[in-house]
Design a protein around this ligand. Structure first.
Ligand code: GDP
Length: 209
Protein backbone atom coordinates (compact mmCIF):
# COMPACT_ATOMS: atom_id res chain seq x y z
CA UNK A 1 0.00 0.00 0.00
CA UNK A 2 1.34 3.43 -0.88
CA UNK A 3 1.11 5.54 2.30
CA UNK A 4 1.76 8.74 0.35
CA UNK A 5 -1.94 8.85 -0.62
CA UNK A 6 -2.87 9.05 3.04
CA UNK A 7 -1.39 12.53 3.14
CA UNK A 8 -3.95 13.93 0.69
CA UNK A 9 -5.13 17.42 1.64
CA UNK A 10 -7.94 19.50 0.15
CA UNK A 11 -6.60 22.39 -1.98
CA UNK A 12 -9.64 24.06 -3.54
CA UNK A 13 -12.83 23.71 -5.58
CA UNK A 14 -13.25 25.25 -8.98
CA UNK A 15 -16.33 25.72 -11.17
CA UNK A 16 -14.14 26.01 -14.30
CA UNK A 17 -10.54 25.77 -15.42
CA UNK A 18 -9.68 29.30 -14.27
CA UNK A 19 -9.30 28.78 -10.52
CA UNK A 20 -7.55 25.45 -10.65
CA UNK A 21 -4.11 24.76 -9.15
CA UNK A 22 -1.37 25.48 -11.66
CA UNK A 23 -1.43 22.99 -14.52
CA UNK A 24 1.89 21.32 -13.75
CA UNK A 25 2.99 18.10 -12.09
CA UNK A 26 0.62 15.15 -12.42
CA UNK A 27 -3.06 14.79 -11.67
CA UNK A 28 -5.29 11.71 -11.37
CA UNK A 29 -9.03 12.34 -11.68
CA UNK A 30 -11.86 10.31 -10.12
CA UNK A 31 -15.09 10.14 -12.08
CA UNK A 32 -18.34 8.35 -11.47
CA UNK A 33 -22.07 8.51 -11.71
CA UNK A 34 -23.69 10.01 -8.62
CA UNK A 35 -24.11 7.42 -5.87
CA UNK A 36 -21.70 4.98 -7.57
CA UNK A 37 -19.45 5.10 -4.48
CA UNK A 38 -16.80 7.58 -5.65
CA UNK A 39 -16.52 9.60 -2.42
CA UNK A 40 -16.31 6.43 -0.35
CA UNK A 41 -13.59 5.12 -2.66
CA UNK A 42 -11.54 8.33 -2.34
CA UNK A 43 -11.91 8.25 1.43
CA UNK A 44 -10.91 4.59 1.55
CA UNK A 45 -7.87 5.08 -0.68
CA UNK A 46 -6.65 8.05 1.34
CA UNK A 47 -7.73 6.55 4.67
CA UNK A 48 -9.42 9.84 5.46
CA UNK A 49 -13.00 9.45 6.40
CA UNK A 50 -14.09 13.00 5.63
CA UNK A 51 -11.86 13.94 2.70
CA UNK A 52 -14.29 13.59 -0.18
CA UNK A 53 -17.15 14.92 1.94
CA UNK A 54 -15.80 18.31 0.89
CA UNK A 55 -16.90 17.50 -2.67
CA UNK A 56 -20.42 16.85 -1.40
CA UNK A 57 -20.94 20.12 0.43
CA UNK A 58 -23.62 22.35 -1.13
CA UNK A 59 -22.18 24.43 -3.95
CA UNK A 60 -19.27 22.08 -4.56
CA UNK A 61 -21.04 19.10 -6.08
CA UNK A 62 -20.74 20.48 -9.60
CA UNK A 63 -17.14 21.62 -9.18
CA UNK A 64 -13.70 20.18 -9.74
CA UNK A 65 -12.35 19.46 -6.25
CA UNK A 66 -8.56 19.30 -5.96
CA UNK A 67 -6.51 17.40 -3.36
CA UNK A 68 -2.77 17.63 -2.94
CA UNK A 69 -0.80 14.43 -2.43
CA UNK A 70 2.61 16.10 -2.49
CA UNK A 71 4.29 19.00 -4.29
CA UNK A 72 3.84 17.45 -7.74
CA UNK A 73 0.90 15.03 -7.47
CA UNK A 74 -2.82 15.71 -7.06
CA UNK A 75 -6.16 13.95 -7.02
CA UNK A 76 -9.20 15.60 -8.57
CA UNK A 77 -12.75 14.64 -7.68
CA UNK A 78 -14.81 15.31 -10.81
CA UNK A 79 -18.47 16.29 -10.46
CA UNK A 80 -20.80 13.30 -10.35
CA UNK A 81 -23.56 12.93 -12.86
CA UNK A 82 -26.72 10.98 -13.31
CA UNK A 83 -29.60 12.33 -11.29
CA UNK A 84 -32.49 11.97 -13.70
CA UNK A 85 -34.11 15.13 -12.37
CA UNK A 86 -31.13 17.41 -12.95
CA UNK A 87 -32.23 20.29 -15.22
CA UNK A 88 -30.94 20.24 -18.81
CA UNK A 89 -28.96 23.45 -18.23
CA UNK A 90 -27.00 21.76 -15.40
CA UNK A 91 -26.34 18.71 -17.56
CA UNK A 92 -25.09 20.94 -20.37
CA UNK A 93 -22.77 22.82 -18.01
CA UNK A 94 -21.46 19.53 -16.61
CA UNK A 95 -20.77 18.27 -20.11
CA UNK A 96 -18.91 21.43 -21.10
CA UNK A 97 -16.79 21.46 -17.92
CA UNK A 98 -15.85 17.80 -18.22
CA UNK A 99 -14.98 18.05 -21.90
CA UNK A 100 -12.84 21.13 -21.27
CA UNK A 101 -11.07 19.59 -18.29
CA UNK A 102 -10.42 16.26 -20.00
CA UNK A 103 -9.14 17.74 -23.23
CA UNK A 104 -7.22 20.78 -21.92
CA UNK A 105 -5.67 19.78 -18.60
CA UNK A 106 -2.03 19.00 -19.37
CA UNK A 107 -1.18 17.53 -15.96
CA UNK A 108 -4.03 14.99 -16.16
CA UNK A 109 -2.33 11.60 -16.43
CA UNK A 110 -5.09 9.09 -15.68
CA UNK A 111 -8.73 8.56 -14.76
CA UNK A 112 -10.18 6.29 -12.11
CA UNK A 113 -13.77 5.60 -13.14
CA UNK A 114 -15.96 4.32 -10.30
CA UNK A 115 -18.98 2.15 -11.17
CA UNK A 116 -21.43 0.34 -8.90
CA UNK A 117 -20.74 -3.35 -9.62
CA UNK A 118 -24.51 -3.93 -9.79
CA UNK A 119 -24.99 -1.26 -12.49
CA UNK A 120 -21.83 -1.09 -14.61
CA UNK A 121 -21.39 0.71 -17.93
CA UNK A 122 -24.15 3.29 -17.68
CA UNK A 123 -24.50 5.96 -20.34
CA UNK A 124 -22.32 8.22 -18.19
CA UNK A 125 -19.61 5.54 -18.00
CA UNK A 126 -19.57 5.10 -21.77
CA UNK A 127 -19.24 8.83 -22.19
CA UNK A 128 -16.16 8.82 -19.93
CA UNK A 129 -14.69 5.79 -21.68
CA UNK A 130 -15.17 7.45 -25.07
CA UNK A 131 -13.52 10.65 -23.83
CA UNK A 132 -10.53 8.66 -22.56
CA UNK A 133 -10.34 6.75 -25.81
CA UNK A 134 -10.45 10.00 -27.74
CA UNK A 135 -7.66 11.61 -25.68
CA UNK A 136 -5.66 8.40 -25.13
CA UNK A 137 -5.83 8.89 -21.33
CA UNK A 138 -5.15 5.72 -19.33
CA UNK A 139 -8.23 4.51 -17.48
CA UNK A 140 -8.64 2.35 -14.39
CA UNK A 141 -12.16 1.12 -13.65
CA UNK A 142 -13.30 0.30 -10.11
CA UNK A 143 -16.32 -1.96 -9.86
CA UNK A 144 -17.15 -0.93 -6.35
CA UNK A 145 -19.64 -2.15 -3.74
CA UNK A 146 -18.37 -5.65 -4.65
CA UNK A 147 -19.53 -6.75 -1.17
CA UNK A 148 -23.12 -6.38 -2.40
CA UNK A 149 -22.69 -9.46 -4.64
CA UNK A 150 -21.41 -12.89 -3.77
CA UNK A 151 -17.90 -13.72 -4.96
CA UNK A 152 -18.99 -15.62 -8.08
CA UNK A 153 -21.45 -12.96 -9.23
CA UNK A 154 -18.90 -10.18 -8.70
CA UNK A 155 -16.25 -12.12 -10.67
CA UNK A 156 -18.80 -12.72 -13.43
CA UNK A 157 -19.54 -9.02 -13.70
CA UNK A 158 -15.81 -8.28 -13.82
CA UNK A 159 -15.38 -10.73 -16.69
CA UNK A 160 -18.41 -9.38 -18.54
CA UNK A 161 -17.19 -5.78 -18.29
CA UNK A 162 -13.70 -6.88 -19.38
CA UNK A 163 -15.26 -8.62 -22.36
CA UNK A 164 -17.39 -5.62 -23.32
CA UNK A 165 -14.36 -3.36 -23.22
CA UNK A 166 -12.03 -5.93 -24.77
CA UNK A 167 -11.95 -4.25 -28.17
CA UNK A 168 -11.08 -0.83 -26.81
CA UNK A 169 -7.63 0.10 -27.86
CA UNK A 170 -6.10 2.25 -25.12
CA UNK A 171 -4.59 1.58 -21.67
CA UNK A 172 -7.46 0.22 -19.60
CA UNK A 173 -7.55 -1.87 -16.41
CA UNK A 174 -10.55 -3.07 -14.40
CA UNK A 175 -10.93 -4.47 -10.88
CA UNK A 176 -13.39 -5.25 -8.12
CA UNK A 177 -13.37 -2.98 -5.07
CA UNK A 178 -15.24 -2.47 -1.83
CA UNK A 179 -14.99 0.54 0.45
CA UNK A 180 -17.09 -1.27 3.02
CA UNK A 181 -14.88 -4.38 3.18
CA UNK A 182 -11.69 -2.50 2.25
CA UNK A 183 -10.88 -4.90 -0.57
CA UNK A 184 -8.95 -4.07 -3.73
CA UNK A 185 -7.04 -1.16 -2.21
CA UNK A 186 -3.54 -2.36 -3.12
CA UNK A 187 -4.61 -2.91 -6.72
CA UNK A 188 -5.93 0.66 -7.07
CA UNK A 189 -2.82 2.09 -5.45
CA UNK A 190 -0.70 0.20 -7.98
CA UNK A 191 -2.75 1.56 -10.88
CA UNK A 192 -2.46 5.11 -9.54
CA UNK A 193 1.30 4.67 -8.94
CA UNK A 194 1.59 3.82 -12.64
CA UNK A 195 -0.44 6.88 -13.66
CA UNK A 196 1.85 9.08 -11.59
CA UNK A 197 5.02 7.51 -12.92
CA UNK A 198 6.91 10.03 -15.08
CA UNK A 199 6.33 9.34 -18.77
CA UNK A 200 9.99 8.60 -19.62
CA UNK A 201 10.18 6.04 -16.81
CA UNK A 202 6.90 4.52 -18.02
CA UNK A 203 8.24 4.19 -21.55
CA UNK A 204 11.55 2.66 -20.47
CA UNK A 205 9.83 -0.11 -18.49
CA UNK A 206 11.21 -3.43 -19.77
CA UNK A 207 8.82 -5.44 -21.91
CA UNK A 208 7.34 -8.42 -20.09
CA UNK A 209 7.59 -11.57 -22.23
P1 GDP B 1 -20.83 9.05 -4.67
O1 GDP B 1 -22.09 9.83 -4.89
O2 GDP B 1 -20.42 8.34 -5.93
O3 GDP B 1 -19.72 9.82 -4.06
O4 GDP B 1 -21.22 7.83 -3.68
P2 GDP B 1 -20.93 7.62 -2.11
O5 GDP B 1 -19.50 7.28 -1.88
O6 GDP B 1 -21.50 8.74 -1.33
O7 GDP B 1 -21.77 6.29 -1.85
C1 GDP B 1 -23.15 6.21 -2.12
C2 GDP B 1 -23.78 5.18 -1.17
O8 GDP B 1 -23.19 3.90 -1.39
C3 GDP B 1 -23.52 5.51 0.30
O9 GDP B 1 -24.67 5.15 1.02
C4 GDP B 1 -22.35 4.63 0.68
O10 GDP B 1 -22.33 4.28 2.04
C5 GDP B 1 -22.60 3.41 -0.19
N1 GDP B 1 -21.33 2.74 -0.56
C6 GDP B 1 -20.24 3.29 -1.11
N2 GDP B 1 -19.27 2.37 -1.30
C7 GDP B 1 -19.75 1.19 -0.85
C8 GDP B 1 -19.21 -0.15 -0.77
O11 GDP B 1 -18.09 -0.46 -1.16
N3 GDP B 1 -20.07 -1.11 -0.25
C9 GDP B 1 -21.32 -0.83 0.18
N4 GDP B 1 -22.05 -1.84 0.64
N5 GDP B 1 -21.84 0.42 0.13
C10 GDP B 1 -21.08 1.42 -0.37
Amino acid sequence: MNPVYHQAKFINSSPDLKDTPEDQGREVAFAGRSNAGKSSAINTLTRQHGLARISKTPGRTQMLNFFEINATERFVDLPGYGYAKVPIAVKKKWHELMEKYLTQRKSLCGIVLVMDVRHPLTEFDWQMIEWCQHTGLPLHILLTKADKLNYGAAKNTLMQVQKELGDINFPLTIQLFSSLKKTGIDEVHKAIDLFFMPVDEFESEPEVE
